[in-house]
Ligand binder design. Sequence first.
Ligand code: NAI
Ligand code: MG
Length: 513
Amino acid sequence: MASTKSNGTVAGTWKLMMEDGQPIKSPITVKYTKLFINGEFVDSVSGKTFETFDPRTEEVITSVSEATTEDVDLAVKAARAAFDHGPWPRMSGQERGRILNKYADLIQEHCEQLATLETWDGGKPLDIVKHFDMQEALGILRYYTGYADKIHGLTLKMNGPYQGYTLQEPIGVCGQIIPWNFPLIMFFLKISPALACGCTVVIKPAELTPLTALYCAHLSIEAGIPPGVINVLPGFGETAGAAISSHMDIDKIAFTGSTKVGRLIMEAIAKSNLKDVTLELGGKSPLIVMDDFDIDQAVEIANFGAFINMGQVCLASSRVFVQESIYDEFVRKLAERAKKQVIGDPFKGGVQHGPQINKAQFDKILKYIQYGKIDGANLLLGGHSFDGKGFYIEPTIFIDVEDNMRIAQDEIFGPVVSILKFKTIEEVIERGNKTIYGLAAGVLTKNINIANRVARSLRAGTVWINCYLVSAPDWALGGYKMSGIGRESGSYGLQNYLQVKSVITPLHESPWI
Ligand code: NAI
Ligand code: MG
């Protein structure tokens, strides 16, 4: 029986799906736990290690070497040498593409192991990791691999007896800092465009999920990616992350994570070498449901947008605006649908909803559930955690939410959705835009004029019409307002790793005379 850890009241809607009542033992042993610098797995200079945990059992999986400033220096030296003197930026694009294709083949061959590690370290349902995360990550790598021999500049006509051209050059050594909610996708979203362009990288996985990045590192050598091109540094944000952001010999930072840390990274960059930066930060994305749309489909889309990956999604549709004439039916049906979410051991087949990543996130989510109640929203469904080990929280629906409530303004990053009622398009556009964020939005309607008008009026980097969270390697991902700076993915993402140089020459021997 489900019950809350915090106040002992019984929710009773879900039972955790477990195998014989026990967490399933992971079918893999962890091989790669050290820092990956210059093509080798090495201990940290300080000898420090930290533990990574299984969110299902709260038990330690293994100890991992912890990078601090000295290790960042060593990794940047290796990446710098590989960029300034090594073969990677100098070889033909075709050759780089060939090696990256081999890398993609190896990642594909190791899908089972990678998916298992990803589930173990991050609590994500294995079925979903195999069918979505792995495919998405590989798709991104293969997409950018195709670009490796198609990067070139323009010919300039100029005025007068001159001609010019532009060179698209790799930007240099890239520092990349990623979060724990999609470790594999984030790893490839960061390294793939950088490598295709001929850059070298120093990447820091999140301290909560370092294992798949290290596993991918070992395959890079087998693929033939030269030492120093990829360096992987597990470690903490305040130490390793801060050392990367402020490093004088790094040319570009790409970060995905909280808006709070995005700001710290901007500060570090301003105070160091003014390196280039892209930031993909938080969101509080509105999904607008018009009364002309099929209500069962709307419920399916809203359920997916709010609860996939246990709500730990920057793009989650965490504010659902429902037009008043269908509001009551919609919320009733959404609750019925959410009750069908299969919660349990993410290694068990059919489970859709595993534990949250750690105690801090678990506590944050339960705190926001309290805020929702205190601020006067009505708790329609869920709101509880489960007895025993593991950071499991029920899918939670608040109704009658007002715009200014904390649950409607802040990124909760958990399975908590706020349902808000609206009357008119004008009203919902204004209210939809009323947060500091602008990462994504959705609108569900049969009326093409309304769909297009809403799409143009919402200040968000992605707007889905009649669907939600549909992605592909060629989309552009990024935020308006405090959801970030720049765009990743697709051809826009490639530009982040290139510098444009203009070269101008005279057409005559002595144009000055
Ligand atoms: P975070 O933003 O602290 O962590 C993301 C990454 O940044 C990690 O690799 C971390 O080590 C690194 N980092 C932390 N402090 C740093 C610093 N001073 N300099 C450089 N790098 C640093 O996110 P956290 O604490 O794991 O989660 C807190 C909240 O952040 C979540 O509840 C959620 O609201 C938001 N978040 C948003 C994500 C998104 O994709 N938009 C992803 C992860 C978290
Ligand atoms: Mg972990």
